[in-house]
Design a protein around this ligand. Sequence first.
Ligand code: UTP
Length: 265
Amino acid sequence: MITQAIIPLAGLGTRMLPLTKAVPKELWPMGSKSILEIILDECFDIGIKNIILVISSEKETIKELFKFKKKINNKIKNKADIFARVKKLEKYGKKIKFVYQNKPKGLGDAVLTCKNLINKSHFLLLLPDDIIVKKNCSKELLHIHKKRKCSVIALRNVKKKQVSRYGIVGFEKKIRMKISKMVEKPSIKKSLSNSAIIGRYILSKKIFKFLSSQNKGSLGEVQITDAINAMIKVEKVFGCKFKGKYLDCGTIDGYIKSFKYYNSI
Ligand code: UTP
């Protein structure tokens, strides 16, 4: 049973500067919701009970979304739709814990800050740069996790010329969708396949052991890919080719395209 999710939000968002200096990209709108609200809906829709948001002191503003604000609530009491949305987020807030990663030492390091809060064998990890619509991607991962009792990673086929933008996985020959290796942003020549990692994972708690003992990468960052690669040697990890539509929200171009698409469905 997966009841906990981690959502790392402590990155600097350099690809979307200068706007991200003032407004964290996770609070940017996607239709009438924020990107973060869409990701939270995905979690709570599958029965997640507690969510850990990893933030930094520069991103305190994220907390405001969940606070009870009497003055505002009094003003919107008669506007049923908006009131319900505000109340929903207040309710979500009660199930959210904030932890701090004040130096952006990589995604792996952000996940590691949650080590002492994870109390079940597996947890869900969602990266808000990736929105998946039309079908709940976390639900698809959960389905495979229940069947295989192991870690599961969301995958999407990309064009050969795009592999160098993603983490790419290789598969074991004999067992369908069982991942044997992962490579971060490989050249076309060194790519193991055209299956790219998208920001949804169900991970075994054992990942913390590998994150703790990991040498920092070339940029001084702790990479989740390296830790999963080490874990694959002792734990099964399966891929999930999800059926929903992927929207990239990590770059300005991607965000604009995603916004247009989201509003058209
Ligand atoms: P990205 O690699 O997209 O980095 O992180 P970023 O800082 O968000 O954006 P760019 O690349 O500078 O434009 C993927 C996810 O991991 C989180 C980010 O907030 C994002 O949700 N992250 C990244 C952390 O929480 N801490 C980090 O040190 C790095």
